[in-house]
Design a protein around this ligand. Structure first.
Ligand code: DGL
Length: 268
C-alpha cells in the first residue's frame, strides 16, 4: 500500500546508502543546495550491498526509506548505485514521496570518449542488475564498455582503510587502461573516496567520472519543479546516523569537510 506524506519545503532531504559512500553525494548536495537540511542514513551494518541478493537489497532499501519517512523527509535520495539499480522501481511503486537515484554515468562517458572505450568500476550487484544491463545495451554500437567488479573495495572503505585499497585498484584499473579506456566511470558512491589513489595509477588524459554533481542538480530540479526548495534556513540541521561505528562516520565527515549538526548511532 502506498503511504502518503505531506510535502513541505522546510522538511529535510533524506539520503541513504549501504554505508559511508553516500557522503560523497551529500557533499555535492550541500554545494548545490546549501539552504537544505539533510538526514543521512549509513546502513553500514549491512554493507556491502553489492554482494547481497536483489531481494535483500530491496528489503534494506525499504527499511531505510521507512525510517527516512518517519523522520519526515520530503524527498529520498538513494545514494547508492547498487540500491538504485536493484530497488528504486520497487520503492517508487510503494511510496508517493519522490525518489532520486544514482546510476553509473555511462552516458556522460559516451559523450566525451575519444577511444570509444570506457571502463566501469562498480559492485557485482550493480553490474548484474537489469537496469545497468539495459543502459549499457543502449550504447552497444558506439562504445566498448569494460566492466570490472570492485570486490572488497567497499569493505575496506567502510573500515576506513583507504590506503589498503591500492593493490586492489592496481588489479582492477590497470587492465582497463591497458585495453585503451580514456574514461573510467566510478559506479559506486564509495569510490570517489579513492580518487587520489586512482589518480596515482593513471595518466592525466584519462577522465574519472562519477555521478555526484549530476545527482545534486537533479535533486535541485525536482525541488524547484515541485516547489519544495527550502526558503527558511533558520532551523536548518544536517543529521547523520549510522547503525555501526560512529567514530568512522565522524572521521569521514571531517575528511570531506561536511558540517554536521548531529552525528549519532541509531539502531535500524
Ligand atoms: N555505495 C554503494 C554503491 O554505490 C556501495 C554498494 C555496496 O555496499 O556494496 O553501489
Amino acid at each position: 500500500m502506498k503511504s502518503k506524506i505531506e510535502n513541505s519545503s522546510e522538511l529535510p532531504i533524506g539520503i541513504f546508502d549501504s554505508g559511508l559512500g553516500g557522503l560523497s553525494i551529500c557533499k555535492e548536495i550541500m554545494d548545490v543546495l546549501p539552504n537544505e537540511s539533510l538526514v543521512y542514513l549509513a546502513d553500514s551494518k549491512n554493507a556491502p550491498y553489492g554482494e547481497k541478493s536483489k531481494e535483500e537489497i530491496i528489503t534494506f532499501s525499504i527499511k531505510n526509506t521507512e525510517l527516512l519517512l518517519e523522520l519526515g523527509c520530503k524527498v529520498i535520495v538513494v545514494a547508492c548505485n547498487t540500491a538504485t539499480t536493484n530497488a528504486i522501481n520497487v520503492l517508487r511503486e510503494r511510496y508517493d514521496v519522490p525518489f532520486v537515484g544514482i546510476e553509473p554515468a555511462i552516458k556522460p562517458a559516451a559523450l566525451q570518449t575519444i577511444t570509444g572505450k570506457i571502463g566501469v568500476l562498480a559492485t557485482k550487484g550493480t553490474l548484474s542488475s537489469d537496469l545497468f544491463l539495459s543502459t549499457s545495451y543502449q550504447f552497444r554500437d558506439e562504445l566498448e564498455i569494460i566492466e570490472v567488479e570492485g570486490t572488497n573495495l567497499v569493505r575496506l572503505i567502510e573500515k576506513g582503510e583507504l590506503e589498503e585499497t591500492i593493490p586492489l585498484l592496481e588489479k582492477y584499473i590497470l587492465p582497463m587502461v591497458n585495453q585503451g579506456v580514456d574514461s573510467i566511470v566510478l559506479g559506486c558512491t564509495h569510490y570517489p573516496f579513492l580518487i587520489p589513489m586512482i589518480r596515482e595509477l593513471i595518466s592525466e588524459e584519462i577522465s574519472i567520472i562519477d555521478s555526484g554533481e549530476a545527482v545534486a542538480k537533479q535533486i535541485q530540479n525536482l525541488l524547484e519543479k515541485d516547489n519544495l526548495l527550502n526558503q527558511n534556513t533558520a532551523s536548518n540541521a544536517n543529521r547523520f546516523y549510522t547503525n555501526n561505528d560512529v567514530e568512522i562516520l565522524k572521521r569521514f565527515l571531517k575528511r570531506i569537510d561536511l558540517d554536521a549538526t548531529e552525528i549519532s548511532f541509531l539502531e535500524f
